[in-house]
Design a protein around this ligand. Structure first.
Ligand SMILES: Nc1nc2c(ncn2[C@@H]2O[C@H](COP(=O)(O)OP(=O)(O)O)[C@@H](O)[C@H]2O)c(=O)[nH]1
Ligand SMILES: [Mg+2]
Ligand SMILES: [Zn+2]
Length: 307
């Protein structure tokens, strides 16, 4: 039987059979490994699996279908082991608030860059439009314009007041990863979109997140109109991608485009001779906030070199 993994806990998996019927609990044999991936967990939410049912009625995951994409978190220790947070994601939705709390543009740009690296379409969803001042509303419009010009879809809602009807089509029939800083309204939005209270367990399982042997139990919440929203408790951003210095600019669309005119192919856009990017920043053709986010990701690389 083929099915979709919708929940993972320490040792069991909840699998939604592809041909209908209620979800079943399945297990994984101790020696189960996937070729080429050194991961602390062999199966993640979003995986399509093959289930074998034994005579005693227990269900076992016999095989995992190839993943279209997956997001990971690297372990805190130096073992280079990774933890797969979720697989086969259609889109990554970042919930942003320009106030209460302020989401920094660096946080947004890091999210977008990570999505580019994973090749997962990213969408920005601005929340709490009901409590913004005129000035904050102005900021919201500016940010939306900036990201729309770069080719990202943006939406603005109020999860509590103005209804989420306008964003229902965004989630319908898709597997969406919902991210955002704490307090921006993820749980509120999830409940509103799913049409019922369902995030309490997620909040509770986040408590397990501690120390080196971190376990993160992810869950996919089914939506009435089809589709799922993935909640990865304890992960405010998006997992981690190892980026080489030279490739970071590939994940900033406009910097990549402009950078093709730099004199040297290995230009890091730090004002080298013949760099096309720094003049574009000075002219305002590339937003300063975006360039600063780029520099901040470059800075991470420098740091990890000395770790
Ligand atoms: N005014 C206003 N408050 C909101 C909105 N969305 C969420 N909140 C409130 O913001 C707080 C944090 O929301 P929550 O869903 O827990 O955020 P999470 O940490 O991202 O899951 C709660 O008090 C919500 O009621 C909104 O659109 N407008
Ligand atoms: Mg929450
Ligand atoms: Zn350059």
């Amino acid at each position: 039987m083929r099915g979709l993994v919708i929940k993972t806990t320490g040792n069991s998996y909840t699998v939604q059979p592809a041909d209908g019927g209620g979800p079943v609990t399945a297990y994984v044999k101790g020696n189960f490994r996937i070729r080429g991936i050194r991961s602390t967990n062999p199966v993640a939410v979003g995986d399509y699996v093959l289930i074998e049912r034994l005579r005693d009625g227990t269900n076992w995951i016999a095989d995992i279908e190839d993943r279209r994409n997956y997001i990971i978190r690297r372990s805190a220790n130096l073992s280079k082991q990774t933890h797969i947070l979720a697989a086969n994601i259609d889109q990554a939705v970042l919930l942003v608030t320009v106030a209460h709390p302020v989401t920094s543009t660096t946080f947004i740009d890091r999210f977008l860059a990570t999505a580019e690296a994973y090749r997962i379409p990213a969408v920005l969803l601005f929340n709490k439009t009901d409590i913004l001042t005129e000035e904050e509303m102005h900021t919201l419009c500016e940010w939306r314009e900036l990201y729309q010009l770069l080719g990202y879809e943006t939406y603005a809602v109020s999860a509590t007041h103005l209804g989420v009807d306008t964003v229902l089509p965004l989630f319908a029939g898709k597997v969406s990863l919902l991210s955002g800083n704490s307090g921006v309204g993820k749980s509120t939005l999830l409940n509103a979109v799913a049409g019922r209270e369902l995030t309490r367990t997620a909040e509770l399982s986040a408590q397990h997140d501690s120390g080196m042997h971190t376990t993160t139990f992810s869950e996919m919440y089914p939506l009435e109109g089809g589709g799922y929203i993935i909640d990865t408790p304890g992960i405010k951003g998006f997992g981690a991608v190892a980026m080489e210095k030279e490739e970071i600019s590939h994940y900033f669309r406009e910097i990549f485009r402009t950078g093709r005119s730099c004199r040297y192919g290995n230009c890091l856009h730090l004002g080298e001779t013949g760099c096309a990017v720094t003049p574009a920043v000075e002219r305002g053709d590339i937003a300063l906030s975006r360039y600063e986010s780029y520099l901040s990701l470059l800075g991470d690389c420098e740091e990890s070199k000395y770790r």
